[in-house]
Design a protein around this ligand. Structure first.
Ligand SMILES: Nc1ncnc2c1ncn2[C@@H]1O[C@H](COP(=O)(O)OP(=O)(O)OP(=O)(O)O)[C@@H](O)[C@H]1O
Ligand SMILES: [Mg+2]
Length: 423
């Protein structure tokens, strides 16, 4: 009996499915607070050299008062050719080493479930890791190397939205045929595809001719969080601070690049470099907002960006079902209570929604099928819960065509269903 795993290594969440005897099941991979079939794609290296993943990583990070190294959104580094490796407590880890730790953990959960070693896997990949073809290739190679390091010998790739389409296919009656627009809105990327699906037994043939168009943008949940940070929170850390340079009597605005880095929480540790810290120290001595600069120094040295961004993400998710909320956060003498309405959220993210809308239209155009000619719009991924994302599709296709299902597991389920296409 052949057993193959499907792994959805996501920017925010990862999951595992098992294919055996022609059936697919999604397996528990984390016993923490969240849904057991999802593992947060995070790593924590404690000072005594233990490595944790998922909710365990978060628990230790919080418990150790952030003394170790915490990493998240690792997937977004895959296409980044200027990032090759990082040193953690004297040991060097390449990007594929880091990814391999997560894949290995998932593999172990799957093996514990089926009771034997498994060496074959279908890995999901976004339609675009990067718009630069060379970087896109590097990202997939790194992911493949990571899978090898995790102990897999047979490795195949499937596009994430195609996997979502296959999951949708299983809900159709045998023989039923549909043209479906799939939108998968995750943490790092929003991926689209137009695909012809057919109900019935697993289709073993090559499905390439059924994929009518694909596309994607690097705009998803993380970008929305960053934008909230930029517009609603960054002023607490000096976004509008001004300062005077030595010997001159003019006010200069605070360096944008520092605030930019601050708005991508996983990059905040990069501000720890000696030159940047010195730069901030000098500015602090001649600024009109010394308190903000002190907070900036604190967030860098105490590394509480993770918690701040959790508060931001929580508010964002609340706005998917409420008209208004507040971002609440306290740390030492910093007290943030920042109102945020759904309208404001939509306005400040206008550019991000615009980029998504343009990509949707491009994919519709390339498919050669008019919106009226598409039978169903299937939306999945955590970010698809944002009402304005739903509206983008309702405007184009009509609300009655929208289907929302299994926001967090349809991709991993479909990766399992993809197995017969490869083996
Ligand atoms: N109710 C909600 N409203 C808005 N956003 C949400 C909601 N629930 C989850 N999200 C967002 O969804 C994202 C995670 O979704 P998902 O698990 O599908 O991503 P992923 O598969 O890890 O990412 P990717 O597919 O890009 O690699 C996060 O950015 C999270 O903030
Ligand atoms: Mg995903």
């Amino acid at each position: 009996m052949q057993i193959v795993f499907g792994i959805d290594f996501g920017t925010t969440n990862s999951a595992l499915s098992v294919y055996r005897n022609g059936a697919v099941e999604v397996v528990a991979v984390d016993g923490g607070e969240g849904p057991e079939e999802l593992m947060r794609s995070v790593l924590y290296f404690s000072e005594d050299n233990e490595i944790y993943t998922g909710s365990e990583a978060i628990r230790h990070y919080v418990g150790d008062e952030a003394s170790g190294r915490f990493m998240q959104s690792i997937k977004t580094f895959l296409p980044n050719t200027s990032f090759d490796s990082t040193e953690v407590f004297g040991k060097r880890y390449s990007i594929d080493d880091l990814v391999a730790i997560i894949l290995k953990r998932l593999k172990e959960c799957g093996e514990a479930h089926v009771g034997c070693p498994v060496e074959s896997v279908v890995l999901g990949r976004p339609v675009v890791f990067s718009t630069d073809a060379a970087k896109d290739a590097v990202a997939q190679q790194r992911l493949e190397r990571a899978a090898r390091k995790a102990g897999f010998k047979n490795i195949w790739f499937q596009y994430e939205p195609v996997a979502a389409a296959l999951a949708f296919e299983e809900s159709l009656q045998p023989g039923q045929e549909r043209i479906v627009f799939i939108g998968d809105f995750g943490g790092g990327t929003s991926d689209f595809s137009v695909i012809r699906v057919k109900g019935g037994a697993f289709c073993r043939s090559d499905r390439r001719s059924d994929v009518l168009a694909m596309g994607g943008v690097y705009v998803a949940g993380d970008k929305f969080d960053s934008q909230i940070m930029w517009d609603k929170i960054a002023h607490y850390f000096g976004r509008y601070a001004r300062y005077k340079t030595m010997g001159k009597d003019e006010w200069v605005t605070f360096p944008r690049s520092i605030i930019n880095t601050l708005c991508q929480w996983h990059r905040i540790p990069m501000l720890r470099g000696r030159t940047t810290r010195e730069q901030i120290r000098v500015i602090k001595n001649s600024t009109d907002d010394r308190q903000a600069l002190e907070r900036l120094e604190n967030i860098i040295s105490d590394n509480y960006g993770f918690y701040l961004f959790q508060a931001i993400e929580k508010a964002k998710c609340e706005l998917s079902r409420m008209e208004r909320t507040a971002i609440e956060f306290t740390e030492r003498d910093l007290l943030i209570s920042q109102e945020l309405t759904k309208d404001e959220f939509e306005t400040i993210n206008g550019g991000n929604f615009q980029n998504i809308a343009e990509c949707i239209d491009e994919v519709i155009g390339r498919s050669g099928i008019t919106p009226a000619g598409m039978d169903t719009v299937f939306l999945t991924g955590g970010t698809s819960r944002i009402p304005l994302i739903q509206d983008l599709f309702a405007q184009r296709f009509g609300r009655e065509k929208l289907e929302n299902r299994d926001a967090f597991t349809s991709v991993v389920h479909g990766l399992g269903s993809s197995v017969p296409l490869f083996v």
